[in-house]
Ligand binder design. Sequence first.
Ligand SMILES: *Cc1c(COP(=O)(O)O)cnc(C)c1O
Length: 227
Amino acid sequence: MTLAERLAHVDAGIADAALAAGRDPGSITRIVVTKFHPVSLVQELYALGVRDVGENRQQEFSEKAQSVGELEGLRWHFIGQAQTNKARAIRAAASVVHSVDRAKIANALDSAGDDGDPALDVLLQVNLTDDAARGGVSPADLERLAEHVDGCRTLRLRGVMAVAPLGEEPARAFARLSGYADRVRAIVPAATWISAGMTADYADAIAAGATHLRIGSAITGPRPVHG
Ligand SMILES: *Cc1c(COP(=O)(O)O)cnc(C)c1O
């Protein structure tokens, strides 16, 4: 299949899953994750109408965003672990940061905003595993972090993000995430986004209410080997 065919195939799958869940496919944002691929792929995707792309490593993200330059309407989503000392670089290129999981990174992103910048849309990444070493805030600390981010002047809390754990039915994990999204919305009513669903589990994520899908290999093909 060509890139255009893979994109169309995934979009048809998204529409099917949305209709099966009684949802409007137009209410779902499909982010194409381009990590490890050359910047030319972002340009090809843009030519096919893609306007939301995701990257998970700060340096690759910054380099690609810079080399692509201004493309009308293109939004970069940062979906990886964020280091506080890279907050300025992340903020310079990102429209949305999906991976805020502690107050320190929220503060760093907040203070990286310059006067007059638009507010930065952020999501709270929630850890759906029992392993505290995995990325994401533990559910027990979710409300506290939501209140903290809500108090950051230049950040706009939009919702939650998670990755389904290995070794668990994604549907079960995403059902928990939906409950966490409700808890955040009880604090910040406008925080209605749920970023969940990748190549292997996007239909389950849609059934559980995901508003933003992060899909890589089903669209881009296998990722190049990286060092
Ligand atoms: C790589 C990545 C994805 C996309 O994964 P695929 O399985 O290729 O669709 C989604 N979310 C995050 C956080 C990622 O790092």
